[in-house]
Design a protein around this ligand. Structure first.
Ligand code: IPE
Ligand code: IPE
Ligand code: MG
Length: 263
């Protein structure tokens, strides 16, 4: 995918066109991870029940997924439900699961049209049979896609993922002296995927909330006050433009700084 793919989808003269033209396509983040937050606040601002915020959030998911695919991101990971989210009222949890099932059913065609491969990360074995069935349909239905990998983090916890990886490594008989970071990462849910370069959190909260703890070691963090149901193509493009202005150092020094130091 490319600038052309993106522009073909943006109406001529739309303000997003100027944003799209500023993107450096040879420097896209390989993996973008998003903490979709603020649905409850969005609903509260409108004196609506919290679940209406979740319902409205679906449109943001649609727009973000298609934008990501058209941009040509390698991986997009959306945090849909954390292990800690079971603490919420049962009615809210069941609405979230219902919305997820509906989304998968109605979006399968769009995912395929955009050559998107769907995956789930998290303790899916603890989800109800009907949710698992729907997830499986989405995974199998898009297995042949070769474009963007779309991970949904569901019943996901970063610490749980690390514990699960340690267990799997033990079950696989990995000896202590064989274990290093690269080998360990092969037992994570995201085995084989690049780590997120960019982590976006909506609705202003400056925390990680147990998301991709291992993988975000060197991710650039972008927090926006925009509430998730209001998040659209424009916001993703703005986040990527901000990312492309960052200087990544990975603990080292950049050539420009090295030159200053050498004077
Ligand atoms: C994010 O919105 C959706 C999920 C966590 C599933 P919230 O429901 O957390 O919204 P706020 O944070 O209460 O506004
Ligand atoms: C993080 O949001 C989880 C998801 C987006 C699914 P939360 O709203 O659950 O996080 P906290 O409670 O503000 O840390
Ligand atoms: Mg929240």
């Amino acid at each position: 995918m490319s600038l052309e793919q993106l522009l073909a989808w943006i109406p001529a003269g739309h303000p997003d066109e100027a944003l799209a033209r500023q993107i450096q396509f040879d420097r896209l983040p390989a993996h973008v991870a998003i903490i979709m937050d603020g649905n409850g606040r969005w609903a509260a601002q409108r004196h609506l029940p919290r679940v209406e915020g979740h319902r409205a959030g679906i449109e943001a998911v649609r727009d973000t997924v298609e934008t990501g695919a058209r941009l040509g991101l390698g991986v997009l990971t959306l945090y849909a439900f954390s292990i800690e989210n079971w603490k919420r009222p049962a009615s809210e949890v069941s609405t979230l699961m219902l919305l997820l099932k509906r989304y998968l059913r109605s979006e399968l065609k769009t995912l395929l049209r955009n050559d998107i491969r769907f995956q789930v990360i998290g303790r899916t074995e603890e989800l109800s049979a009907d949710v698992r069935r729907e997830l499986q349909t989405g995974i199998e239905g898009t297995a042949q896609s070769t474009g963007m990998l779309f991970n949904v983090a569901l019943n996901y916890g970063g610490r749980a993922e690390i514990v699960d990886a340690a267990r799997r490594a033990m079950e696989a008989g990995v000896r202590p002296e064989e274990l290093d970071e690269e080998r360990f990462a092969q037992f994570l849910y995201t085995a084989g995927q690049p780590d997120p370069d960019l982590l976006i959190r909506t609705s202003g909260e400056m925390r990680v909330s147990n998301y991709l703890l291992w993988q975000i070691a060197y991710a650039e963090i972008y927090v926006t006050d925009t509430l998730w149901p209001d998040f659209r193509r424009r916001h993703l493009l703005e986040a990527i433009l901000a990312y492309q202005k960052r200087e990544r150092r990975y603990g080292g020094i950049t050539p420009a700084r090295a030159a200053i130091g050498a004077q």
